[in-house]
Ligand binder design. Structure first.
Ligand SMILES: NC(=O)c1ccc[n+]([C@@H]2O[C@H](COP(=O)([O-])OP(=O)(O)OC[C@H]3O[C@@H](n4cnc5c(N)ncnc54)[C@H](OP(=O)(O)O)[C@@H]3O)[C@@H](O)[C@H]2O)c1
Length: 265
């Protein structure tokens, strides 16, 4: 049996579907969705589903950064005899945009671990969906700065492989899409897909910051805006790791959009 935290999220949802389709016995975990309800900031709430688990997928939310302690979560996994843990981290840990505290908890756990470090998610485009749907307008900062947005479906498929198969112990995978794409180029892809022109407005950093602060803690907002505005060459580079694990090229932004088009129409 495999336990999936963050099971209702961008990565967790396709991960549960992928593993279930492969015939795995899966326990989805979140605070409010179907499956087992647990809060990772109270690690004991996870314990009831860990008995007999062969692997756990760990995801930390933005608010967990401020309130949670992954070391305590990992302690509960170890005490429960879970042999393998896969952590969804961030490429920002390599580039020192985010602290390494969560990765340190996992790599120091004594469990068999694998770390996934995705870059910018293609699904971040959902933040533009409502204004595109209702006004045919898109507002984004750093219009012409390109990042290789990764499809959460690819992250989920890599996670599924790593959770099920041997051979990934101690591996750290950087997960990106196949090509860097800017917000203005993403707007063009959306325009072509919905068949209607979109009015693109570039936001200032301050305007973008105000909007993002409504759903993210300040240090995460600042780090995210730094990546979006002034990415390092390593953050704009395409990683070979999705293909290395899955044996196929990563999905494009257009592929992600195909599966999420109703949100923009
Ligand atoms: N977006 C990006 O560009 C990007 C880039 C690199 C890395 N990341 C990393 O990706 C992760 C986010 O993945 P995602 O987009 O799939 O997540 P998401 O869509 O934001 O969903 C978060 C999931 O975690 C659950 N959750 C939140 N807080 C919880 C808690 N305290 N206890 C138990 N469950 C909790 C949520 O369900 P409930 O609310 O019902 O609990 C939900 O299932 C973060 O760690 C982020 O740092 C994101």
């Amino acid at each position: 049996m495999i336990v999936i935290t963050g099971a209702t999220g961008n990565v967790g949802r396709p991960l549960v579907q992928t593993l279930t389709a492969l015939g795995e016995d899966v326990v989805p975990v979140s605070r409010s969705g179907a499956g087992h309800q647990a809060d990772l900031t109270e690690p004991e709430t996870l314990r009831p589903v860990l008995d007999g688990a062969k692997a756990v997928f760990l995801l930390t939310s933005a608010d967990f950064l401020a309130r949670g302690n992954l070391r305590s979560v990992v302690d509960v996994l170890r005490e429960s005899g879970v042999p393998r843990v896969v952590l969804l981290s961030s490429q920002g840990v390599t580039t020192q945009r985010h602290p390494s505290v969560h990765e340190d908890a996992v790599t120091g756990s004594g469990l068999e671990w694998t770390i996934l470090r995705p870059g910018n998610f293609a699904s971040n485009a959902l933040a533009w969906a409502e204004s595109i749907r209702t006004q045919r307008a898109m507002y984004a900062p750093y219009a012409d700065v390109a990042l290789p947005a990764v499809d959460p479906q690819d992250i989920a498929e890599v996670a599924a492989a790593v959770l099920r198969e041997p051979g990934h112990a101690g591996a750290v995978y950087t997960l990106t899409g196949p090509v860097a794409i800017s917000p203005r180029q993403q707007a063009k892809v959306i325009e072509d897909a919905i068949g209607t022109p979109i009015q693109f407005t570039e936001l200032t950093r301050e305007q973008a910051r105000t909007g993002m602060l409504t759903f993210m803690p300040e240090p995460v907002v600042e780090a995210t805006l730094d990546v979006l505005g002034a990415p390092l060459p390593s953050e704009q580079a395409v990683s070979p790791d999705v293909e290395k694990v899955l044996g196929r090229t990563p999905h494009t932004f257009a592929d992600w959009l195909d599966r999420n088009l109703p949100a923009f129409r």
